[in-house]
Design a protein around this ligand. Sequence first.
Ligand SMILES: NC(=O)c1ccc[n+]([C@@H]2O[C@H](COP(=O)([O-])OP(=O)(O)OC[C@H]3O[C@@H](n4cnc5c(N)ncnc54)[C@H](O)[C@@H]3O)[C@@H](O)[C@H]2O)c1
Length: 445
Amino acid sequence: MNDRTVQDVRAQAARLIERFRARTACVAVVGLGYVGLPLACRFAEAGFRTIGLDIDRERVASLSKGETYLATVTSQTVAATGARRFVASADYSLAAQADALVICVPTPLTHAREPDLQYVVGTLESLLPHLRPGQLLSLESTTYPGTTDEVLRPRIEAKGLRVGEDFFLVFSPEREDPGNPHYGVRTIPKICGGSTPACLAAGVALYGAAVDQVVPVSSTRVAEMSKLLENIHRAVNIGLVNEMKVIADRMGIDIHEVIRAAATKPFGFVPYYPGPGLGGHCIPIDPFYLAWKAREYGLNARFIELAGEVNRAMPEWVVNKIVTALNDRARPVRGSRILVLGIAYKKNVDDVRESPAAAIMELLRDKGALLSYSDPHVPRFPKMREHRFDLASVALTPGALTQQDCIVLVTDHDAFDYDSIAAHSQLIVDTRGRYVAKRANVVKA
Ligand SMILES: NC(=O)c1ccc[n+]([C@@H]2O[C@H](COP(=O)([O-])OP(=O)(O)OC[C@H]3O[C@@H](n4cnc5c(N)ncnc54)[C@H](O)[C@@H]3O)[C@@H](O)[C@H]2O)c1
């Protein structure tokens, strides 16, 4: 770069940074799901003119009426956001008005468990005709190290924009924890890595105007990998504790009592809890983004693969416990009435993505069980990519409970009345360690 160009770059970045600091900038959030919607609400609340873009026209219509479609974002929040210069739309041409574009679209796996970047690439292709000099683009979707600089940057530069000179590119991973009452978008520190130092400065200014703490890192790759480390750390430790559960069970030891005891150590121990298998959009999926990329470098991510293997085996292990518990009561699974408590992937949320409940129900259906479920957060069993059940949530009356041959506690929502369930059920298979005291009708799984 000659002196003239350096000055131009500095001036371009400085103008953008000033607009972020003064909150006179316009921010477009693309993908209004569990991550994008709360983020768009936060930018609007912080004082930015905010555009929410989504290809789902029903979602756009709901937001335009001030209505929510996520249990984790209230209609009051959406209505207040709408009153604060927020517009939801499916029209990508609005992207040209934005100073910052923040991409929050899904990053699933293909059937071969490889990264599926079709939503990220598709979103960028739709945005490209509307990009212009002076904008910042931030990718928030969880992905492997290298995505921002290897997949996004070349496509942006092919349009004639120069990243770090007249266009700014960052990766800033989302750390949303739906249903967590203690942390929200504003209070969760935000990591940000730029393609160039000028990109990073613009990214830090954008997020610094909307969240309490920004954590700048030296590259987009560091930012991408830090998010993966957070989720891999959880996946591997949950895999470890699930393996410990299987061993403890064979030895006649209650793993939950073991964890409670170990957790009294005031240093050097972090409790993780076993369960029926991993669920949600992140923990079962993200680790394999890194495992895939590591292969490009001739490396096997052995902890990731092993944890995946242990965690994926959990639904089958739980079903074997159900089969044994029914057998001990002289009942075959075929023809038994089995009610699943909680089908969301974790407690107190309505999200069923990758929920182990579906895998458990499928295995039980294959064995001929007569299935029903109860989940106050999921009134109808939703259409899932790999599972179909034409079922609606059942009310947990004493009569409904008594009729069941087995109750399987998969997701321990706070809304359940556990005493009433125990009092009226013949057999409970508890995958969450919710029933602490020994009971004749409770089997831990
Ligand atoms: N859900 C979480 O708790 C969480 C936490 C941290 C990170 N993440 C990551 O954030 C990303 C988004 O996850 P999510 O849970 O918000 O997904 P989501 O499925 O809830 O929402 C994605 C939204 O993007 C929209 N969309 C898809 N393609 C689009 C396109 N081409 N243009 C515009 N909109 C499009 C969809 O209609 C949907 O509304 C993923 O990479 C995920 O791994 C999620």
